[in-house]
Design a protein around this ligand. Structure first.
Ligand code: KIV
Ligand code: NA
Length: 275
């Protein structure tokens, strides 16, 4: 299993870091089998697994419940768990208690949180307490209501400058990696070059130190809207629906189950039973 120092080394040597989200036991097993470097238990689970409109309603209990299942499926992969909405904005004490719960109850190796300068003190406190932190900048979905929608961030020079400053603040605060979501590729390249810690992009182009995508987006698994930055590497929705349709049809047609799918009682036992 790779650790924090390995991710730093990968940046230096130029080998791309691959992160995939997972939310339960089977998805975690598959991602581990595919030898991804890191698993993210993203609060995107609110949308892709729970059917919510945004990540805002996702709770600590949701994150812990899913992260525990992921850990059972991927015992040998570095696991990062998202801190949910408002779990790292109140007091430093609240942030530490929430970070500690995630680490202790799920067996995760790090937490991820959204924001730059505003949450730098919280990042610092977590790291000082022994909780590794991944920062997340650009499109930060927990702030969708303030951002006014899921839009590319840092397109003009002013917001781009703020993003570069925030990225540096995350590094100074002690984050060991930075997720960059939906930022122009030139800006992502600039930030990656300016930082010592690795950047992991999603909709941030190729000039970053790694890539992350949502499991359900990669596989086209029950998702409604596919963002521009996603490549659909396979479409498992099709075989899933074909399998389910076949089951429904065979039951209705009396074709399933056959005798080989059922259990048999010995004749002599039947005789005793019915005389
Ligand atoms: O929740 C999530 O899946 C994420 C990734 C998109 C980075 O935060
Ligand atoms: Na997230």
């Amino acid at each position: 299993m790779k650790h924090i120092n390995d991710f730093m080394k990968m940046k230096v040597s130029g080998s791309k870091i691959v992160m995939v989200t997972a939310y339960d036991y089977p998805s975690a097993k598959f991602v581990e089998q595919a030898e991804a470097d890191m698993i993210l238990v993203g609060d995107s689970l609110g949308m892709v697994v729970l059917g919510l409109d945004s990540t805002v309603p996702v709770t600590m209990e949701d994150m812990i419940h899913h992260a525990k299942a992921v850990k059972r499926g991927a015992v040998d992969t570095f696991i990062v768990v998202d801190m949910p909405f408002m779990s790292y904005h109140l007091s430093i004490r609240d942030t530490l208690l929430n970070g500690a719960r995630i680490m202790q109850e799920t067996g995760a190796h790090a937490v991820k949180l959204e924001g730059g300068g505003e949450v730098a003190d919280h990042i610092k406190a977590l790291v000082k307490s022994g909780i590794p932190v991944v920062a997340h900048l650009g499109l930060t979905p927990q702030s969708v209501a303030v951002l006014g929608g899921y839009k590319v961030q840092g397109k003009d020079s002013e917001t781009a400058r703020k993003l570069i400053q925030d990225a540096k603040k995350c590094q100074e605060a002690g984050a060991f990696a930075l997720v960059l979501e939906c930022v122009p590729r030139q800006l992502a390249e600039e930030i990656s070059a300016a930082l010592e810690i690795p950047t992991i992009g999603i909709g941030a182009g190729a000039s970053v130190d790694g890539q992350v995508l949502v499991y359900h987006d990669i596989l086209t698994y029950g998702v409604n809207r596919i963002p521009k930055f996603v490549k659909q590497f396979s479409n498992i929705g099709e075989p899933i629906l074909a399998g389910l349709n076949a089951f429904v049809n065979e039951v209705r047609a009396g074709q399933f189950p056959e005798n080989r799918h059922s259990f048999t009682m010995k004749e002599e036992e039947l005789k005793v039973l019915y005389g």
